[in-house]
Design a protein around this ligand. Structure first.
Ligand SMILES: Cc1cc2nc3c(=O)[nH]c(=O)nc-3n(C[C@H](O)[C@H](O)[C@H](O)COP(=O)(O)OP(=O)(O)OC[C@H]3O[C@@H](n4cnc5c(N)ncnc54)[C@H](O)[C@@H]3O)c2cc1C
Length: 368
């Protein structure tokens, strides 16, 4: 998991299947993905959204890259939305604790859950996707939608348990995209509008490989009395002039393009905060990505770069890239000054409601 592998994957995608992305992106052929599979790199900002969007515009032109760029903006949108609705995350955490308590107390629920995560439900498609998630740590977007929908509406399992299962196994596991996508499928993100997996849709977009019987195609959306409250976007800090220590974390591993103004980085430390209960494969990817980021930071700033030692202290101001809601934000020390990329600074205020406000602004934001 390195930036250079991400750049290779981006180049290969743009020179190959990128041209057919708009037509093919919903199909899961079960072999080579029809999409870019760049999400593990984007998740950790080994690649930034901005450079991926610019490369797509250059390679495919405005019209040829439109569908792909809109998807990249979904990621930006979810980040901005969770920043301004952090209750969606805290409620998920509370809901997860409640659901785990139910698993311990209700043997029927436990059996259904075990069958779902082990791929023993007997539902065509679902069982192989459950296996793929655990073995490969990645699922096609349409598969994630079917999986989450069957989990919630056919198996009637608490959505928080499914979101947690994804977050622990996915190589791109991301608090914003994951939590808000599960909420979207459930009908909580766009209130009353849920996503129902349908047998015919699955047959069509798996090219006939799967045709599950017995799905609940009539279920109603989940409901919550009050949606997560919107809060103003917290202000970022201006980077101080002069010597600073840069604290890197898993939400932003491209320090070379951070807006650091006239700060002079004299030391870099890496803070590794995995998702709760993350699988070994995910932890290894996190560790490899961090090692890559530290190596590049040392070369770029010409200073020592190493994992943050326990109980570290600094005699110069400590600066970090903005850490959005999630494990890195939870462990960043309060004395740290947080700088935000212009990309987020412009897009996040447009992400407080539905996606389409941000979508309309894409030409402005990309200068296309
Ligand atoms: C239930 C559910 C859970 C999900 N959990 C995650 C998650 O934990 N982490 C994650 O990165 N994505 C998540 N997604 C979004 C999406 O499925 C993945 O980003 C996408 O499948 C990654 O594949 P790709 O890189 O080939 O995407 P491409 O189609 O090639 O898109 C390019 C990039 O755009 C972004 N993107 C594309 N589609 C979406 C989308 N619908 N929402 C947000 N960003 C998108 C990703 O960064 C992706 O790498 C989830 C979707 C669902 C339905």
């Amino acid at each position: 998991m390195t930036r250079s592998a991400g750049l290779d994957a981006l180049a290969a995608f743009l020179a190959g299947r990128g041209a057919a992305y708009a037509a093919d992106r919903n199909t899961d052929p079960g072999s080579e993905p029809t999409t870019s599979a760049l999400s593990p790199y984007l998740r950790r900002r080994l690649l930034t959204e901005e450079e991926v969007v610019r490369a797509a515009l250059d390679a495919l032109g405005e019209r040829g890259s439109e569908a792909f760029i809109a998807e990249v903006f979904w990621r930006t949108y979810f980040k901005g939305h969770l920043e301004t609705h952090p209750e969606a995350w805290s409620r998920y955490r509370v809901g997860l604790a409640d659901a785990r308590a139910r698993l311990a107390a209700e043997p029927g629920l436990r059996r259904t859950y075990d069958r779902a995560v082990e791929g023993r439900t007997g539902i065509d498609g679902f069982d192989s996707w459950a296996g793929q998630l655990v073995e490969a740590g990645w699922l096609h977007n349409h598969v994630r939608m079917w999986f989450a929908s069957i989990w919630i509406f056919t198996l009637r399992l608490p959505w928080e348990l499914g979101a947690d299962h994804f977050l622990r196994h996915l190589l791109d596991g991301d608090p914003a995209s994951n939590t808000l996508s599960w909420r979207w499928v459930a009908g909580l993100h766009t209130r009353g509008k849920h996503y129902l997996a349908r047998r015919e849709n699955i047959r069509r977009y798996t090219q006939g490989r799967h045709e599950p019987a017995g799905l609940d195609e009539e279920a109603g959306p989940l409901e919550e009395t009050i949606p997560p409250r919107e809060v103003p976007l917290s202000r970022a800090d201006a980077p101080p002039d002069g010597p600073v220590a840069l604290l890197m974390h898993l939400d932003d591993l491209h320090p070379e393009s951070l807006p650091l103004g006239r700060a002079e980085v004299v030391r870099v430390w890496g803070l590794l905060a995995h998702a709760d209960g993350a699988m070994e494969r995910v932890r290894a990817a996190d560790a490899a990505a961090m090692a890559d980021g530290l190596g590049r930071a040392a070369a770029h700033f010409g200073c020592p770069a190493e994992p943050a030692p326990a109980g570290w202290t600094e005699d110069v101001p400590v600066v970090a890239a903005w850490a959005p809601v999630g494990p890195s934000a939870d462990v960043l020390p309060s004395r740290c000054q947080r700088v935000r990329r212009p990309w987020d600074e412009r897009a996040w205020p447009l992400s407080t409601r539905g996606f389409f406000r941000l979508k309309r602004a894409i030409p402005d934001l990309t200068g296309a």
